[in-house]
Design a protein around this ligand. Structure first.
Ligand code: COA
Length: 295
């Protein structure tokens, strides 16, 4: 039945229209996965509010291009460093380069992640392990490489997780297990490091438009009207995650630690399965034309 009245659509805000532009002046951000997508947007927002940043990833050319663009857009410095979160020694090197250039690390975003769609039958042991190695162990290794500096600056962590493990999401066993681990890591970090002056929180993005994650995970020809059924009336924007980042790293969030903040337009409460259920698990071939997935 057609709705009787149009739903209100929440506007997308620029962080600089709400928060002061110099709140992170003199501070330094270290961000894994900062070369693109959501983490790039989080880094840009921190730089717009005064921070310098190191962005870490596997593809140096993409990092260099992003660093150039972010510096030009914000007037702050951005250091691109090639490293793989699955190789702790490369993270240690990235931290050393950050200290050499900026002298400190105040904030860390653990954002590097891997994902693809596949039912349990299509996820090999190596594939499962690969996602755990990137998301969960990569977060652990990033914490280990940075914690001494974050303690010294009385800084904070934000871990980028997801909302899909709150329910059983088909084709996402690897990421569900990995992100549940990330949420748990953050809680322990908050408790162990709180007395040393360090806060740790998780941002759990819902579906965010124009990101690699959405491109990889959303079925083709998905009924866009479903997104309008979100309580806020629209799909997420990278700016929504950036704004939450600025708030959580700011002193305004000094009483917030050990928390998971879904930034998902309320979709956690109205969520539907992206793939038709139970058809997608009873007859995987019937959805093969909608997604790129190894069955
Ligand atoms: N379905 C099922 N298994 C898959 C897969 C898919 N779509 N893509 C890769 N794999 C498997 C590989 O076959 C391999 O397992 P195997 O040795 O048993 O064959 C294992 O995963 C590792 O793949 P490989 O390509 O060697 O690893 P990688 O380090 O190059 O890639 C991934 C890591 C798999 C996470 C890859 O998807 C990736 O790099 N993604 C980029 C980042 C990303 O996903 N961003 C989105 C964030 S939401």
């Amino acid at each position: 039945m057609a709705p009787t009245a149009a739903a209100y659509v929440q506007p997308i805000a620029d962080s600089t229209s709400v928060f002061k532009e110099d709140i992170f002046k003199g501070k330094v951000l270290f961000c894994t996965g900062g070369g693109s997508g959501i983490c790039r947007g989080m880094t840009e927002a921190m730089m717009r509010h005064g921070a310098n940043a190191t962005i870490v990833g596997r593809k140096l050319d993409r990092l260099q291009q992003t660093a150039k663009e972010l510096s030009e857009a914000t007037g702050r410095e951005c250091l691109p460093v090639q490293a793989d979160v699955r190789q702790p020694a490369t993270l240690e090197e990235a931290v050393a380069k950050t200290i050499e250039k900026f002298g400190r690390i105040d904030f860390v975003i653990c954002g590097a992640a891997g994902n693809f769609l596949a039912p349990i039958s299509g996820v090999s042991e190596n594939a499962f392990k690969t996602v755990i190695e990137i998301d969960t162990i990569g977060t652990y290794s990033t914490i280990k490489a940075t914690i001494a500096h974050v303690r010294a600056s009385k800084g904070a962590y934000i871990h980028v997780s997801a909302t899909l493990h709150y329910n059983g999401t088909p084709y996402q066993v690897h990421v569900s297990a990995a992100k549940a681990g990330v949420d748990a890591l953050s809680a322990v970090l908050a408790v162990e490091e709180g007395p040393h002056g360090v806060r740790s929180n998780v941002i759990a993005p819902g579906p965010i438009a124009n990101t690699e994650g959405m491109d990889r995970l959303s079925p083709k020809n998905v009924d866009k009207d479903k997104f309008n059924a979100y309580p806020v009336g629209r799909q997420g924007d990278v700016k929504d995650i950036a704004n939450a980042t600025v708030f959580l790293f700011s002193p305004a969030a000094s009483y917030i630690t050990g928390q998971v903040l879904p930034v998902d337009g309320g979709s956690e409460h109205t969520r539907y399965q992206l793939l038709p259920y139970p058809q997608s698990v009873l007859d995987p071939k019937s959805v093969a034309h909608l997604i790129k997935a190894r069955m």
